[in-house]
Design a binder for this molecule. Structure first.
Ligand SMILES: Nc1nc2c(ncn2[C@@H]2O[C@H](COP(=O)(O)OP(=O)(O)OP(=O)(O)O)[C@@H](O)[C@H]2O)c(=O)[nH]1
Length: 325
């Protein structure tokens, strides 16, 4: 290899070099759209014999149908513009499988700039694509986890905040109402004291799943708001409907009958609910609305717990006589 010019003159050396790489070299004549050359490495990779690559049509037809239009249009337009380019696609194997290929293309041009031929290398990037896909799945899983409450499996506060901001903007532009229900488990400290923290956690899981049963709108969201607080976001929902959902939640929790021997309210776990509905306008801060809903929850607590207090409506909805301890 000392005398560079010596092997520079030898086609045989070039050929040996080209055919000993993992990348597969090829050349297509632009005028005829025929393969002038393709490396023999193509056969072990895809299974199609070297001499079966005659025209561009063979290349196109051995490409995954979903990749075909984009890749062919892209390569043709880049070649016509005389721009070197690369494209990833799935190449069909003789055994009906697919191999991910990265095709790196150089456009050889006539003096007037028009394409004379395309030369390139095909690289097998299947392993890289597999790794990329695995990473993408992991990334999606991580993303999902970062929006999930670790204990109850429902949405967490971060997810609620993101959805609330999005739905607020949507309601603002649609002029539609939006409702929020805030929940706080009554006397949960006594519950933990009586049954222990692990049972307390289980109770939170039960309440989360019960609340999840109470909503059915495609955009409704049940989330853990904090410790023993939950929230339900009800986009495109007016006050009357929100109140119905709140009542349904209380009924379902009552039906669940989670024993709470130390509760001064009932023998079972109960919740207090603050409800709020708004048709957002630009003058109202979303956080001010949430503060208002929180005030309703506070009022529900102060006025005896196990009840719903809604904004701009009767101050409290006392539990039915059947509910009383
Ligand atoms: N087991 C368990 N307990 C929690 C969790 N998060 C918060 N808590 C408990 O929830 C209780 C909340 O107590 P308080 O804020 O005094 O409320 P409360 O006892 O429900 O009283 P009221 O809200 O007035 O009915 C505390 O004892 C917290 O330890 C949790 O993830 N698991």
């Amino acid at each position: 290899m000392n005398d560079v010019s010596a092997w520079g003159q030898s086609d045989a050396v070039y050929k040996t070099l080209l055919e000993s790489t993992k990348a597969i070299p090829w050349k297509i004549d632009w005028a005829t759209k025929k393969f002038a050359y393709i490396g023999p490495q193509i056969e072990p990779l895809l299974g199609w014999p070297q001499d079966s690559w005659q025209t561009v049509e063979d290349w196109v037809m051995r490409m995954h149908p979903d990749d075909r239009d984009y890749v062919v249009n892209f390569c043709v337009s880049q070649s016509q513009a005389g721009i070197d380019h690369e494209a990833d696609y799935r190449a069909l194997t003789a055994e009906n499988g697919y191999v991910w290929i990265r095709d790196v293309v150089h456009v050889m041009r006539f003096p007037d700039g028009s394409p004379e031929a395309l030369v390139g290398f095909m690289f097998d990037i299947t392993e890289r694509k597999k790794t990329e896909e695995k990473l993408l799945v992991l990334q999606r899983e991580l993303e999902a986890l970062s929006f999930k409450d670790g204990l109850t499996g429902i949405a967490n506060r971060r997810r609620f905040d993101a959805c609330f901001a999005m739905e607020w903007d949507r309601a603002l532009s649609d002029g539609a109402p939006l409702s929020v229900l805030l929940f706080d488990i009554d006397c949960f400290k006594q519950y933990n004291d009586e049954y222990g923290h692990i049972q307390g956690d289980k109770c939170l899981v039960d309440i989360a799943s019960t609340l999840s049963l109470a909503v059915d709108g495609p955009h409704d969201l049940v989330a853990r708001y904090g410790g023993e607080e939950f929230v339900i976001l009800l986009p495109r929902t007016d006050a009357a409907t929100a109140l119905k959902v709140a009542n349904r939640c209380q009924r379902l929790i009552q039906k669940r009958s989670i024993p709470h021997a130390q509760s001064p309210i009932r023998e079972h776990v109960t919740v207090s609910i603050g409800a709020g509905t708004i048709t957002p306008d630009a003058d109202v801060e979303p956080s001010a609305f949430l503060d208002d809903v929180d005030k309703q929850l506070y009022a529900a607590k102060k006025s005896g717990k196990n009840r719903i207090v809604a904004m701009h409506s009767a101050p409290s909805l006392a539990p039915s006589p059947l509910d009383a301890k």
